[in-house]
Design a protein around this ligand. Structure first.
Ligand SMILES: [Zn+2]
Length: 533
């Protein structure tokens, strides 16, 4: 044992990081030197003696903090690529006028007849909080079909041309189970807003292979820019071949844990049969959806919303997805457990969370399977402790708190808001709190999410629910060591110790100073010992 360790120590490194403050395992260490050989960390300590050979590249961290690469447990990179590279981003719009102006500008750049696709709108921070209507954009889009998805991905605005192509008129079709076609209460005409299961009624033309490839490259670069080196990516089975091809290329710069999303009994077989590329493309399991979102009021609540949308009835308590009620998910969870793959389930509303835990609780040997609940956002107080007890991981997106915090008190009332985004309570209960972004619903930037989790600061600058604030160390741990566990990579990712993959970030900024999480950003990102940003 001693001999092997001594030999390792005497071997010159490929890459040597000096003058660093190494952060790992939930704390800043006293170590200042990190050595990499053959894509892995071979040494972490205080001296570079014997590690510097003639070919060793030396990086001076200049006293900055070096952290493990960020592992974002919940992304939609494969799905987001094309929209990110080619689509219209409406997140920057702050008013109806800006919204329309952005659409007008984008339309001017598109070839005749091409669809306009966009995403990211949310009118919650507009001065006038009205829901968009097809009238907003019809005059600037003309005969060109347009589909603009809301920020949370749970509703969309279609223009009249797109509605016409889909055959949606005042006479029909009826709302599909788990979805709704919003209609003018007087005329019955569709407003252009389609929610959840009604969204696929609009069939946009599929992207080309080249667009898929280029789109994926663009979102991976975006991830690397923010220090993200591995993801738990939720994708359609159709995206598998593009992502796998990317991961097989030596120029790859992110590691994929893959979760398949497909409402069919076939999905378990697809996830089991997808061929891994060890270290880079590892199919992990399947993703289910219990409900919708808070913004679209399609989260499934135990009691009615305090403030439903104007088009919803007063006793509205959201929508359970059809698979949650017709037995499909119970069947999928059982076959996933039989096949020994992971299940991760989207649940936002308190009833949706309870129902998901109830479904999971029937599975034998549940804790070792690391089943997750995605978002785990609004909870009945009685349910919070069940996560730790059952060994179910709350997989949360701290930056969503910054968005929802603006209107949560209003929409579900102050009482129920108190058991929302319970980061601190989860940690106290012993649950394995895991962080991610939910990109492209919001930015993939983990540092802004960490800032939200640490300070409780929400969009617009006020502080919301600070009693659930956690420390910087806890937040970064949820984005590294615990999220590695959440995608079954805790044996080689999420820590900076010998034997682990050399995925790391040189961090600009000092999180331990007052207001220190305000401006954190990577100065450089490394994957497998290679600089990717
Ligand atoms: Zn998501």
């Amino acid at each position: 044992m001693f001999v092997a360790a001594a030999l390792l120590f005497a071997t010159p490194a490929d890459l040597l990081v000096i003058n660093a403050k190494i952060w790992t395992d939930g704390a800043l260490s006293q170590n200042t030197v990190l050595a990499v050989r053959n894509e892995k960390v071979t040494y972490v300590g205080k001296s570079s003696k014997g590690l510097r050979g003639p070919k060793t590249r030396v990086v001076d961290a200049k006293g900055r903090i070096v952290t493990p690469g960020i592992i974002d447990a919940h992304t939609h990179l494969a799905r987001a690529g094309v929209g990110f590279k080619y689509g219209l981003d409406l997140r920057v719009a702050n008013s109806k006028e800006q919204f329309i102006e952005l659409v007008r500008k984008k339309v001017a750049t598109l070839p005749a007849g091409a669809w306009l696709s966009g995403r990211g709108w949310s009118t919650e921070s507009y001065k006038v909080k009205e829901t968009p209507h097809r009238d907003w954009i019809d005059s600037v889009t003309g005969d060109r079909p347009a589909v603009l998805t809301r920020m949370d991905g749970h509703s969309l605005l279609a223009n009249s041309a797109a509605l016409k192509l889909a055959g949606i008129t005042k006479d029909g079709p009826a709302d599909p189970p788990g979805g709704s076609i919003e209609r003018d209460p007087k005329t019955g005409e569709p407003t252009g807003i389609l929610v959840d299961a009604a969204m696929p009624l609009i069939q946009t033309p599929p992207p080309s292979r080249l667009q898929l490839r280029e789109g994926l490259k663009a979102v991976v670069a975006e991830a690397n820019r923010f220090g993200v080196t591995a993801v738990g990516d939720i994708m359609d089975p159709l995206a598998l071949s593009t992502v796998r091809e990317y991961a097989a290329n030596p120029a790859r710069s992110i590691r994929f844990g893959v979760y398949l999303q497909f409402e069919s009994p076939m999905v378990v077989g697809m996830a089991t049969e997808a061929k891994p590329i060890p270290g880079w493309f590892e199919p992990r399991g399947i993703k289910l959806y219990m409900d919708g979102s808070l913004g679209s009021r399609s989260a499934y609540m135990a009691a009615p919303f305090s403030k439903p949308l104007p088009t919803q009835p007063a006793d509205w308590r959201g929508l359970p997805r059809i698979g949650a009620t017709n037995g499909l998910y119970a069947q999928l969870i059982k076959s996933a457990a039989d096949a020994n793959i992971q299940v991760i389930t989207h649940a936002i509303g308190d009833q949706a969370n309870k129902d998901a835990l109830d479904l999971y609780a029937k599975v034998p040997g549940l804790a070792r399977r690391r089943f997750r609940i995605e978002h785990a956002q609004h909870l009945l107080p009685s349910e919070i402790g069940r996560f730790a007890k059952l060994g179910v991981l709350p997989s949360m997106q701290p930056f969503h708190k910054a968005d929802d915090g603006r209107y949560c008190d209003d929409v579900i009332g102050k009482d129920r808001s108190r058991s929302s985004y319970t980061f601190r309570t989860f940690l106290k209960s012993g649950a394995k709190l895991t962080f991610g972004s939910d990109f492209p619903v919001v930015t993939i930037d983990p540092w802004i999410g960490i800032h939200t989790a640490v300070t409780g600061e929400i969009l617009g600058g006020s502080i919301w629910m600070p009693e659930q604030n956690i420390s910087f160390d806890q937040a970064l741990d949820a984005y590294t060591r615990t999220s590695a566990y959440a995608i079954f990579r805790e044996k080689d990712l999420g820590r900076l110790v010998p034997g682990y993959q050399a995925d790391f970030v040189i961090l600009e900024g000092s999180p331990y100073q007052k207001n220190g999480t305000n401006n954190l950003r990577p100065a450089a990102t490394y994957v497998a010992g290679r600089k990717v940003f």
